[in-house]
Design a protein. Structure first.
Length: 710
């Protein structure tokens, strides 16, 4: 056979570079074997066969199969933590899947003679801590949004009749998992847990684990690159564990209070494995005197229904029970609270009684250290601040938070709004984006369905525009959530309202300014009079606007789909800035007037459902003193004044059954580059990024104390 120069070069490069030009091995296939087969094909192929040398320069990495169905309650099972220092290689050019004159990055190293050309290494000279984001661990990676490969070894003594899973509580954004040179799985979504069955790929002794982490976002991802105002940290951001389970094990289960009056508890257990059918499952709640059993059906599912005298979980009394699920080979114990949550008319009912949500929103960032929160101490610090505020509720924005947070919320008695990261503009017509979103809903519920603290599943935040595609997309997510959670938690979404409301606000501002004694410029008065005549009408109409209610009516068709309507509003902050652009007065006058009219604002919706004001707030830098004097924008005094006016305003609307001001802590955002003030932080926090309390913190704390009767 004649080998052309082009083919010979390609073949020699392939020999030198391991799987450089090899087609990506199939899942579970040995990388070295795949490379040898490819090279043999090159050297013995037919004349004229083409081999693309451009493959030298990396390229797209094919997705591997999806992870295995998620197991719940990893901490309740036999597990080995893989947290700690991992070796890393930064792969800005996406070369690692093929290598450059060396093996692919996921291939275990082979004995060296000292003459091999290898241009990467995993070793202690460059490491990152797991869990943790790379952005705050290495200043060179602070704004990095591409690929980093993580590697570590772990020891295992395999036992007969056991299965082994790698469990990741969060990898942002896209993870490819390889073990001992074998490609195994790909997961998309930075804030939901996943696990991979590595029983066949793992071996006795030392195992070589590699995870390729790609933090790149675009317009098809969730969240997108452009439209979400929070920092997209990259890395293995949450706990990693090697979990050991029997060949057949209880993968998922749910137990919940189904009927308040009778104390009936319903539940189910789903087995996974070759002997899942016709198997006895025992459930024991010793503290409640519950000892019951059921047999699984042909699909490995057992259902339960029993009555028990239970102390109900609530913010005042967050009672948790040890619930033991046994299948003969394994017992899994979970801490579960029992309560009911429902919507009735304009009210939210917890354990059958109306409850007002005294809340605060927070991102999954640490107060104790730079970067993302990832351990129990972080959760206790943040949620401890919420409790100090006299809060009974937190909105976990804008994505599922780490599992420690939910466990601590259970213990502290904080109700939780849990949502997936659909923020603002999403590619509503993209079927692949829809599949990502459906997967996030599933993973979120699969991990946390037994957390009593979670009272709402939210499908989006400030989603727009109000198009048929957007409504169809979000309707499917709501339906998925309802189908996965048999306890029927209400479905929520944070809406942004109708642009028409700004016209009514503008009319009121014009009327107020027209009669404002502090507005004295004749030319300004003349302009205001012209605006009033054009927008409102005659003097009688102006007086009616001046002394009437200012109704904010929510008509977003998504309100028909969800059970609870969240609404993000920024009276006193953004609205003043935007409307001042069309008024003949300065922004300071607009802000003063806006604060004065807020007492007349009423929030309602066209669906007769309760409203939670899911966001309001104002920015302030801790300790900032303006050259314009006290009370200027960005000062603590101005932020506190906005809170005072907001709390007075919101207490006047009977539709409003709770609030979660934005936000507990100043958080990082690449969209906030104002030097001297923001410095890449969103400054709407009630505390600074290090936990220093601002004046508004105490305003809200005292309001909640009064609201709770303390």
């Amino acid at each position: 056979m004649k080998i052309t120069g082009h083919c010979l070069l390609t073949a020699l490069l392939a020999l030198a570079s391991g799987p450089l030009l090899a087609a990506q091995p199939t899942p579970g296939e040995d990388a070295a074997a795949a490379q040898k087969a490819r090279v043999a094909s090159m050297l013995t192929g037919e004349e004229g066969e083409k081999h693309d040398v451009s493959e030298l320069f990396g390229g797209l990495v094919q997705d591997l199969p999806s992870p295995d169905p998620l197991m719940t309650n990893v901490d309740g099972r036999a597990h080995q933590t893989l947290n700690g220092a991992w070796n890393v290689v930064v792969d800005e050019h996406s070369m690692g899947a093929k290598g450059l004159f060396g093996t692919a990055y996921y291939t275990p190293p082979e004995p060296q003679t000292g003459m091999e050309l290898v241009e990467f290494s995993f070793d202690p000279r460059r490491q990152l801590e797991v869990p943790g984001d790379w952005n705050t661990q290495d200043e060179r990676l602070y704004r990095y949004r591409d690929i980093v490969w993580y590697q570590r070894d772990f020891d295992l003594q395999k036992a007969a009749g056991k299965r082994y899973y790698l469990h990741f509580d969060g990898v942002n954004y896209k993870a490819h998992v390889y073990l001992n040179g074998k490609p195994l799985a790909t997961h998309r979504g930075g804030y939901t847990a996943f696990n991979v069955d590595v029983t066949d790929a793992a071996k006795d002794g030392s195992n070589y684990l590699v995870v390729r982490v790609d933090a790149y976002l675009d317009d098809s991802t969730i969240p997108t690159k452009r439209t979400s105002d929070f920092f997209k940290y990259g890395g293995i951001i949450r706990d990693v564990d090697l979990v050991t389970v029997p060949a057949t094990y209880a993968r998922q289960y749910q137990f919940y209070l189904a009927d308040l009056a009778s104390g009936r508890v319903d539940g189910w257990v789903q087995l996974d494995g070759p002997q899942a059918a016709n198997r006895e499952i025992k459930v024991d709640i010793d503290e409640a005197g519950v000892h019951t059993s059921a047999r699984t059906d042909a699909n490995g599912r057992a259902t339960f229904s029993f009555t028990a005298k239970l102390d109900l979980w609530s913010p005042e009394h967050p009672r948790l029970y040890d619930v033991a699920v046994s299948d003969g080979d394994e017992q899994v114990v979970d801490r579960i609270g029992f309560r009911t949550i429902a919507i009735e008319g304009k009210q939210i009912l917890l354990n059958g009684k109306p409850v007002y949500l005294r809340g605060v929103a927070l991102h999954d960032e640490s107060i104790l250290k730079p970067g993302m929160a990832n351990d129990r101490a972080d959760a206790e610090a943040s949620l401890g601040l919420a409790r100090e505020l006299n809060a009974n509720y937190v909105r976990l924005a804008h994505y599922p938070h780490n599992e420690h947070t939910l466990r601590v919320a259970d213990e502290l008695g904080l109700m939780v709004w849990s949502e997936i990261p659909i923020v603002s503009l999403i590619d509503w017509a993209n079927p692949d984006t829809l599949q990502q979103a459906l997967g996030m809903v599933r993973d979120n519920i699969d991990r946390d369905r037994n957390r009593a603290s979670i009272v709402f599943w939210s499908v989006s935040n400030e989603s727009m525009p109000q198009s048929p595609e957007r409504l169809a997309f979000l309707t499917q997510l709501a339906e998925q959530a309802r189908s996965l959670d048999e306890s029927a938690r209400p479905i929520a979404s944070a809406l942004v309202g109708d642009p028409a409301e700004f016209k009514e606000i503008l009319k009121r501002l014009v009327a107020e300014l027209l009669f404002d004694p502090q507005v004295t410029d004749p030319k300004v008065k003349q302009q205001l009079a012209g605006m009033a005549k054009k927008m409102i009408g005659d003097d009688d109409a102006v007086q009616k606007v001046l002394h009437g209610e200012l109704e904010v009516m929510l008509r977003d068709p998504l309100g028909e789909v969800v059970d609870l309507i969240g609404y993000n509003e920024y009276f006193g902050w953004y609205y003043s800035a935007g409307l001042s652009r069309v008024l003949p007065v300065d922004e300071a006058t607009t802000r003063r007037t806006m604060l004065n009219i807020m007492k007349d604002v009423r929030f309602r919706n066209a669906f007769g459902k309760p409203i939670v004001i899911s966001e309001f707030g104002a920015g302030a830098k801790k300790g900032f003193v303006s050259e314009h004097g006290p009370g200027a924008i960005w000062s603590e005094e101005y932020q506190a004044k906005v809170y005072e006016k907001q709390l007075d305003m919101l207490g006047r609307s009977d539709f409003v059954q709770g609030i979660s001001p934005w936000v507990l802590k100043d958080f990082r955002s690449a969209m906030r580059p104002l030097n001297g003030i923001q410095e890449l932080y969103n400054r709407k926090g009630l505390v600074s990024e290090t936990g220093e309390r601002k004046q508004a913190f105490f305003v809200l704390r005292d309001f909640y104390a009064q609201k709770s009767g303390k």
